[in-house]
Design a protein. Structure first.
Lengths: 587, 114
């Protein structure tokens, strides 16, 4: 109706009084003050005029025929809605009760007869100031409401984009349970999980400083790096180093990400964990005993690459052990008295529960019981990872993302790694990456990685370093084996390991040939010694692949091993249909 | 018992100042309006409608106060109270008093018109 906030225009004033002479006096008074006046002889007329043309201020006689001032006041207030239309009762009433009733009916003030033009002018001016202030406030409130709606809208879009970046995870694996608010990203909490091509999985729990979009923005590159590197076979430490460097570069001082990286190996039954600034994680053993996993590092994005320690602690586990990691929203969940849940209560609930109930449920129930009916605190992120038999996770790694791009089909590459680099660098992620350019091979990343890694390990440890796998047969020898490996790696020189990868298309699919040569003295790949059985560490991958019924031929001549790996269109298509309906048309 | 003047000259002077050319119209309006209301008072009394009587007296009181006829306003206030308390006998006497006071006010106001 009236939009301008700068008001020098005359006010539109509606007056209602059944006394003709009083009305005439008031109308004349107000007009002389420069206002526009409409007048009515009773309440009903006044409501009608207000409905038709509105008014800035209304002056109403309390007692009028047809509809009295009190009822007219209620109608006019209802019609005005959110607008403040000051309503002043005109009255010769003298008893306090009657005056109070006028105000209860929605009146803002009253003017008593006889009219005094100085008082009238002062009141009109005062109420006009109030009216303008109310309008300014309403206008600002509307502005804030609109901005807020727009912000929420933008957050939704940002969340969709973010979900697209981070959707490829394996958080739905049967051994993972988690709690995270749907909009947790805007509290700076992140939770990613990705299968490793060599088996097992890698999980990142993170908590960015700050809230809102600034916190969410840092999460995007973290998701990209985490999923990108993990699915190519990079270790947890490698991924941490990369994320730390990236965040250090892009985030302003004072912004960083408390995080924990978990690398789970279900074959070796071990967890490798790095905790930088998150609350202590808890490893709940099958027998109910608890082990703390304290933060031993600075958060990601704080120290530069040279000072960053990405070393992960190793925990030996058994199927049935459960790891809990959380952000500080769990510790800081508040009850009605403003107390925080805290580590003590968390550990007590876990200890009290013993082996009864899953640790995840115990903690979630503990938090709910503690906070009572408090509104759900939306920065609570809790992850539970249960150690299980490897066989229970079949299929998890097949959920890796599929690119719709056609890749190269006919190619060959030779990659040779020499001397000191043998000690410092693993060529496996790079080689796997090259193979993954072939669309038909992408779902086989686990098997390919196993092949590459077996060939590389054999070439390095037995070929170049000349270690004997016999040593690994006993626990003592096992330690000696790795100590010796470290020692010999330090002084390796004039050695190389050369991979020759060849891919070609066949009528039924494709064929990848991997040749691995080394500069060592030569050794027996198919050593029939007891250490080389399928439950040991060495050679297990090849045995596993044979058991899976891979079309695999394996040849070796001491310093040269060759594997021919066939894949079939039918397999790729069938798995696509089963596990990745999202990408639809790819075949 | 009522010691207020028939007309408040000061108030009337101020009204004249405010109303300028319309002062005459105001006085005529007041006089017409008031005799209407006195007729209303009588009719309410005949119907023994104390509520209507009291409301009419209240309205008349308001305009009397505004126009500057305080004694007439005071009589109206007494009538309003009598009506509210259903003292109809007293009310009838008050209407007579109001009518007589109104005549005086009317005469005085007509003086003012010159």
């Amino acid at each position: 109706m009236d939009d301008s906030l700068s008001d020098n225009r005359p006010l539109r004033i509606l007056i209602a009084d059944d006394s003709d002479s009083d009305r005439l006096i008031l109308k004349t008074l107000l007009r002389r003050l420069g206002h526009e006046v409409e007048d009515a002889g009773n309440g009903e007329e006044a409501v009608e005029i207000f409905r038709r043309s509105g008014a800035d201020i209304v002056l109403l006689d309390a007692l009028m025929p047809v509809m009295d001032g009190m009822e007219a006041a209620r109608h006019i207030k209802a019609l005005a809605g959110e607008r403040l239309v000051p309503l002043i009762f005109l009255t010769s009433l003298s008893d306090a009760d009657a005056l109070a009733r006028c105000l209860e009916a929605g009146g803002d003030d009253f003017l008593t007869k006889p009219y005094n033009r100085i008082i009238i002018e002062a009141k009109i001016n005062a109420f006009n100031r109030m009216r303008l202030m109310h309008r300014t406030l309403s206008h600002h409130r509307d502005l804030i409401r609109d901005r807020n709606r727009q912000l929420l809208e933008e957050q939704k879009v940002a969340k969709r984009v973010f979900d697209n970046v981070a959707h490829t995870g394996c958080l739905s694996a049967p051994n993972i349970r988690y709690h995270a608010s749907p909009m947790s990203i805007f509290n700076g909490d992140v939770l990613f999980a990705c299968p490793r091509p060599a088996g097992g999985m890698q999980i990142l729990v993170g908590d960015f400083t700050g809230h809102g979009l600034p916190a969410a923005i840092g999460a995007m590159p973290v998701a990209e790096i985490f999923y990108g590197m993990t699915s190519k076979g990079f270790s947890g430490s490698d991924v941490l180093r990369e994320i730390n460097q990236k965040l250090g570069r892009i985030m302003p001082t004072g912004m960083f990400c408390c995080a924990a990286m978990i690398q789970a190996d279900f074959h070796l039954n071990q967890l490798q964990i790095w905790n930088g600034g998150l609350p202590d994680g808890v490893l709940v053993r099958k027998d109910g005993s608890l082990e703390s996993i304290a933060s031993r590092h600075l958060p990601l994005g704080v120290v530069n690459a040279a000072r960053f320690d990405a070393g992960m602690e190793v925990f030996h586990t058994e199927p049935g052990d459960t790891l809990l990691m959380m952000t500080d929203g769990v510790m800081e969940a508040e009850n009605r008295q403003g107390e925080m849940y805290g580590e003590e209560r968390l550990k007590r609930s876990l200890a009290d529960a013993g082996t009864a109930g899953s640790p995840f449920d115990v903690v979630m129930e503990g938090i709910h019981a503690f906070t009572g009916n408090q509104q759900e605190q939306d920065d609570v992120t809790l992850l539970s990872l249960q150690m299980v038999e490897e066989s229970e996770l079949v299929g998890v790694s097949e959920r890796l993302p599929q690119s719709a791009l056609e890749g190269p089909a006919e190619w060959q590459c030779v990659y040779e790694i020499k001397d000191r680099s043998l000690e410092q660098f693993s060529p496996l992620p790079l080689l796997l990456h090259i193979c993954m350019e072939v669309p038909g091979l992408r779902r086989k990343s686990g098997e390919i990685y196993t092949l590459l890694s077996e060939l590389y390990t054999n070439a390095l440890e037995h070929g170049v370093l000349g270690l004997s796998s016999d040593w690994k047969a006993t626990p003592d020898g096992f330690g000696r084996y790795y100590a010796e490996r470290e020692r010999r790696l330090q002084s390796v020189s004039d050695h190389f390991i050369r991979f020759t990868l060849t891919h070609t298309m066949t009528d039924w699919g494709g064929q990848l040939t991997i040749v691995c040569e080394d500069s060592g003295a030569g050794f027996d790949y198919l050593d029939p010694s007891p250490a080389n059985n399928e439950s040991g560490y060495s050679g297990r991958g090849l045995m596993l692949l044979r058991k899976l019924g891979r079309s695999l031929t394996f040849r070796e001549y001491g310093t040269r091993a060759e594997i021919v790996y066939d894949w079939h269109f039918s397999e790729v298509a069938a798995r696509d249909g089963n596990t990745n309906s999202q990408t639809g048309g790819w075949s | 018992m009522i010691d207020k003047p028939h007309l408040d000259e000061e108030a009337l002077a101020e009204l004249r100042d405010v109303m300028e050319d319309e002062f005459d119209i105001l006085i005529k309006t007041f006089l017409m309006d008031s005799s209407d209301r006195i007729a209303h008072l009588r009719s309410a009394l005949e119907h023994e409608d104390a509520d209507r009587f009291s409301k009419s007296a209240h309205s008349l009181k308001g305009s009397c106060i505004n126009i500057g006829a305080p004694r007439l306003g005071e009589l109206c206030f007494d009538a309003e109270k009598a009506g509210r308390e259903s003292r109809l006998q007293e009310a009838a006497e008050l209407v007579d008093a109001i009518e007589s006071e109104f005549r005086k006010v009317e005469a005085g106001l007509k003086e003012f018109l010159h």
